[in-house]
Every structure is written in C-alpha cells, then in structure tokens.
Ligand binder design. Structure first.
Ligand SMILES: [Zn+2]
Length: 328
C-alpha cells in the first residue's frame, strides 16, 4: 500500500493544527478540503509508511502550500471556464478536476506549471470529436477515462489511493464534511412516512436472486475461523440505484474508506434502523427525510469489500437482525 507522500504531509499538518487549517482554507482557497476520514486513514498508516517519523512543525510550510495551491487552482479554473464556453451546454466538474490536481501536486512547491500545462491537464477531462458538419464537439469524459489521460500526461500511475483521495475530497466538497461524520438526532415525530412494510432495496429487481452472502455466522473472508455476518449481501453492478426500503429520516451518511466504506443509515418508526454499506455514491444527507423507494445511494465496493454489492442491515432497537425477515 502506497499513500501519496504529499497527502501524508498534508494530513500531518491538519492533524497538528486543524483549526488553523480549516480557517486558512476556507478563507484563502474557498474550496473546502478538510477530510477527516482521509486524515484518519493516513494517520493509521503512519508507522509503516513514515517509519515512525512525524513532521510536527509543518504548519508554516503548510501555509505556503495552501497559498501556492490557491494560485494553481486559479490557473486551472481559467482553463475550465474556457473549455466550458466551448461545450454545448455541458460543463466540467471543477471540484473533481481540482481534487485530482490537489491529490497529485499538493505541497509540490518545486514544480511551477505554466498555462500550457493547465490547458493539457484540464483537457484530460474531455474528449473531442466531430459532428456531421465537421464541427468540433467537446464532451466531458468519465472519471476512469480522465485518470487514464492523467497518467498519459504526467507519466505517473494514478493509483487506487489517488482515486480514493479524490473521491473523499470531491464528495466532502460536494455534500459538505461538517455533517458527514455526525449522527442526526431523529425526533420520532419527524418519522411520519414510515409504513412498517419494507420493500426491495432494488425496485423492480428480485433481490433474492442476487444474494451473495446471507446473514449469520460465516467463514471469515479475511482470516481464520468464523465471523458473524451482520447483514445481507446483494451483488449488483456498480452504480445500481439503491432504494430506501421504507420512509424515514437519515441518521448519518459517512464516507469511510475502511470498514463499511460509503454508508448510510435511515431511522424508521418503531425503533428500526436500516443500514446500507459499500456504496459508490451517497445521495442524501443526515437529517434528510426520505420516502419509501427513494434513491438514496448507488452500489459500489468502497471500504472492506471484495466486489460491487449492497450490504444491508436491519437494526431493531440497536440490535442486528436477519434482513430476510423484513424485506419484501
Ligand atoms: Zn456484508
């Protein structure tokens, strides 16, 4: 496992002086890059990556990095604006492009980029073609394609860790980090849309045909012996929409890299909570009221998972029970 050393450096500084970082970033960069889960993961990985060495006095230098990154973001932004004006109604995702740039170059004070580089960098996020009249058509490309282009441009590999870091930065920016690690305190009177009848997490699909692992004791997939499997696994392609099995209020929506990965929990009436784990995207926020059948997330394989699937749990008064007893 290799974590981008620049991001480790950043994480040390964040951990050392978080308040400084939050203030500075929100004032100067205007692009919130405070990422508690990345920080946690990187800090947990310290001992073997840094050999126990920790750069405590990084804050002053860190300030420089932030100012410098702000200038580089300006360079990128002007290229994004220019490309957006050439696209037919479609626009580039500025936060995603900046998250990729940040992940690659944060703290890289030695490298100075010129506008030609920013142009080439931003062009990694589009494809060019021609219409019937020979007119050029520019379109945004998907994340995976953009990473291949980035690898070709920089000559560096864009690893799984880079991708995870970009995901964290992007989703925290897009959905806000302030609430993502908190539990929303649900007032029972808010839950007036819970029917007590639980539908399929994949409307129109018979989930029974796609079970990859049942609830209960099973062979530990990552070690010796048996381990309790606290939910039901349903294998589905990445990006499949996940429906709320009943109405309720979102307790939390967390974007962890380990464990449950991107996961969320909904509180329903009668002390029942449903949990949806390993998602590729979370489409709701804590405190939000959701209707039965509403699309709340997309299937993925984030966290401790070996393939795309939904891990769904039913908690009754805080205790996990077999989801098969509830789902229809
Ligand atoms: Zn599972």
């Amino acid at each position: 496992m290799a974590v981008n050393p620049l991001l480790i450096k950043a994480a040390v500084a964040v951990a050392t002086d978080k308040r400084f970082w939050i203030t500075l970033v929100s004032i100067i960069v205007g692009f919130l890059l405070v990422i508690t889960s990345v920080v946690a993961v990187i800090i947990n990985s310290f001992s073997f990556i840094l050999g126990g060495k920790m750069d405590i006095g990084a804050s002053a230098q860190y300030k420089e990095y932030v100012v410098e990154m702000k200038q580089k973001f300006d360079g990128i932004e002007s290229e994004i604006t220019s490309l957006n004006s050439k696209m037919n109604g479609e626009t580039l995702e500025s936060e995603h492009i900046k998250a990729v740039f940040y992940t690659l170059y944060f703290g890289d004070a030695k490298t100075n980029f010129d506008s030609a580089f920013y142009k080439r960098f931003v062009n990694c996020f589009v494809s060019r073609g021609k219409d019937e009249d020979g007119k050029e058509i520019i379109k945004p490309v998907g994340w995976t394609e953009s990473y291949i282009n980035i690898e070709n441009l920089t000559g560096k590999s864009f690893s799984e860790n880079h991708r995870n870091n970009v995901g964290e930065l992007y989703y925290n920016q897009k959905y806000g980090s302030s609430k993502s690690d908190e539990n929303y305190e649900v007032d029972n009177s808010e839950i007036d849309n819970s029917t007590g009848q639980y539908g399929s997490p994949f409307i129109g699909i018979n989930w029974r045909n796609y079970i990859t692992s049942e609830y209960g004791m099973r062979k530990n997939p990552t070690g010796i012996g048996e381990k309790m499997h606290t939910g039901l696994d349903i294998g589905m392609p990445k990006g499949t929409p996940i429906n709320a099995v009943d109405g309720g209020v979102v307790l939390y929506a967390k974007r962890d890299i380990t464990g449950y990965g991107y996961h969320l929990a909904i509180e329903h009436a009668s002390g029942i909570v449903t949990l949806y784990a390993h998602c590729s995207e979370l489409l709701i926020s804590p405190g939000q009221k959701v209707a039965k059948g509403e699309v709340i997330a997309k299937v993925g394989t984030t966290g401790n998972s070996t393939g795309n699937h939904l891990h769904i749990e039913f908690l009754v008064n805080g205790k996990q029970q077999n989801p098969i007893k509830f789902l229809n």
